[in-house]
Design a protein around this ligand. Structure first.
Ligand code: IMP
Ligand code: MG
Length: 175
């Protein structure tokens, strides 16, 4: 059955904002190399677009975490399904996320990754739903603050669908 999708952030607006974030990161990391960590699968589209707009040297790694369940809410129990290939020691790391909701996934992940002794670690998210926060995570770069609605597109899925939409949309009829 096909759900109805309403556009929340247009492709043009997403692209423009990513351009700004890339510029800001390039300025903040002038003279350094940034190590981007993509949290699969949702952050893939965002990270690729962001990486293309960063002008300092970039390296990239990928990890996959699942917070149990395939529904619309995170359970708070996080499992590393695919770990990073490289070490973080001495690197200036930016974790790239698609969306921060309760904050549980990132709270757990940042704790785990901090133990690998990066030189620095920051967090960049395309979307933030601040109203939904349950645990406190410090976010350094935010694309858009959005209301408490379930969104898809630009990497985000609803039951694995809609990741390929080039804009951010709201699925109508999902709580
Ligand atoms: P948190 O641990 O509650 O912050 O959950 C973050 C994860 O939940 C995200 O990385 C997404 O995979 C998923 N998620 C939260 N809100 C949405 C949404 O509106 N659309 C799609 N996925 C979402
Ligand atoms: Mg995610």
């Amino acid at each position: 059955m096909a759900e109805k999708i309403k556009v929340l952030v247009s492709e043009k607006d997403v692209d423009a904002r990513i351009e700004e974030l890339g510029k800001k990161i390039s300025e903040d990391y002038a003279g350094k190399q940034v190590h981007l960590i993509c949290i699969l699968k949702g952050s893939v589209f965002f990270m690729c677009e962001l990486a293309k707009r960063i002008t300092v040297p970039v390296s990239m790694d990928f990890m996959s975490v699942s917070s149990y369940g395939d529904g619309t809410k995170s359970s708070g129990i996080v499992k590393i399904a695919k770990d990073l290939d490289e070490t973080l020691e001495g690197k200036d790391v930016i974790i790239v996320e698609d969306i921060i909701d309760s904050g549980r996934t990132l709270y757990y992940l940042m704790d785990v990754l901090q133990q690998r002794k990066p030189n620095s670690m920051r967090l960049c998210t395309l979307l933030d739903k601040p109203e939904r926060r349950v645990v406190d995570v410090k976010v350094d770069y935010i694309g858009f603050n959005i209301p408490d609605e379930f969104v898809v597109g630009y990497g985000l899925d609803y039951a694995q669908k809609y990741r390929n939409l080039p804009y951010i949309g709201v699925v109508e009829g999902v709580e």
